[in-house]
Design a protein around this ligand. Structure first.
Ligand code: FAD
Length: 300
């Protein structure tokens, strides 16, 4: 119920524009690393000092004007240059709809090519984040097209989709992030219960750990993490074949604990002024995240 409210709010264009105009508010600063490159590099340095790498996301999605998509491309390319120049341990996550997928497929592909080519020069990985169901197939098409010329790309498998195992098997030679899935999807394409999603999530993780290139296990769910740790031990899976990932600002103790155990750990670091939809999705996933907001507001 609350989930639907927050997902609805995340898609409200007027509120998105207002949030952009008035800066980081509502406690969003706890889960957004900075509004500009300088602040974000500082946050990444502090993660790196704890043995944690970063995947950096220039916030923004569902862009419908070419000018805004080109601006997003420039921001991402500036961040790639800054990561390289500052020698921090980080790579990029991006969303195809921010780069014009809803405007024109070829326009989006050209934008992505520029980004991937620049990152390729610096041996930097680019992750194509997965968005809602309508964008899933076009995002795989982009990945497949880019993979003809570049090997520094990967994407995300969302466990709530019935199609997830087929997609995983088809793309097992890519570096893949596996997640439960963040959007509200209908029952004809996606599992609806927590049990079904978790069961599929585990199946996908295990399959990719045994057969795939590199697995990013992206979850805050300690039940899943405990299961994965036991599986890795049982199958003697090398630590350089996988990493754990969590979002910036969430379960910081557990992030450090996993990094201290010697696992590769990568934090998803969102930055920029387009924070509103991202923040509302986090509240939809876990309304208890409102606690973060209250803490932020009342401990000032
Ligand atoms: P949940 O199902 O939210 O939680 C399960 C259990 O874990 C909870 O009941 C609780 O016991 C525990 N728990 C969870 N959070 C906390 C907390 N903060 N404190 C204490 N206990 C907690 N989704 C996409 O659709 N596309 C993407 O490209 C994408 N990329 C992502 C990248 C990263 C790095 C991460 C971490 C997530 C990404 N997601 C993405 C979001 C993902 O799909 C889930 O919506 C999100 O991670 C919530 O699911 P969960 O697995 O973390 O656990």
């Amino acid at each position: 119920m609350l989930k639907d409210v927050f997902i609805g709010l995340s898609q409200n264009r007027l509120l998105t524009a207002a949030a952009k105009k008035y800066g980081l508010k509502l406690g969003a600063q706890t889960v957004v690393a900075g509004t500009n490159i300088e602040e974000t590099i500082k946050s990444i340095r502090s993660l790196n000092a704890q043995g944690i790498s970063a995947t950096v996301d220039n916030l923004g999605e569902f862009v419908f004007e070419k000018e805004a998509a080109l601006e997003a491309k420039e921001n991402i390319m500036d961040m790639i240059e800054a990561i390289h120049k500052n020698k921090v341990d980080a790579h990029i996550s991006l969303k195809p709809t921010q780069l014009g997928l809803d405007i024109d497929y070829d326009f989006c592909l050209e934008n992505l090519k520029d980004i991937v080519a620049l990152a390729h020069n610096y041996h930097m990985h680019i992750n194509i984040d997965m968005e809602d169901y309508g964008h899933v197939q076009p995002s795989y098409d982009l990945l497949n097209a880019l993979s003809k010329d570049y090997d520094n790309i990967g994407t995300v498998i969302q466990a709530y989709f019935f199609r997830a195992m087929d997609d995983l098997q088809e793309h097992k030679d890519f570096r893949l992030r596996i997640v439960k899935g963040a959007y509200k999807e209908p029952a004809d394409v996606a599992y609806q219960t927590r049990e079904e999603i978790d069961e599929n999530f585990i199946k996908l993780i295990e399959y990719h750990l045994l057969n795939g290139k590199f697995t990013s296990i992206a979850t805050h769910d300690h039940h899943i993490i405990n299961h994965v740790e036991a599986f890795i031990k049982e199958h003697d899976i090398s630590y350089d074949k996988f990493e754990f990932q969590m979002l910036y600002g969430f379960r910081k103790e557990l992030q450090r604990e996993l990094a201290n155990k010697g696992y590769n750990f990568c934090t998803y670091v969102p930055f920029g002024d387009d924070w509103y939809a991202y923040f509302m999705r986090r509240l939809a996933e876990r309304p208890q995240n409102l606690n973060l907001v209250f803490k932020q507001v009342f401990t000032k």
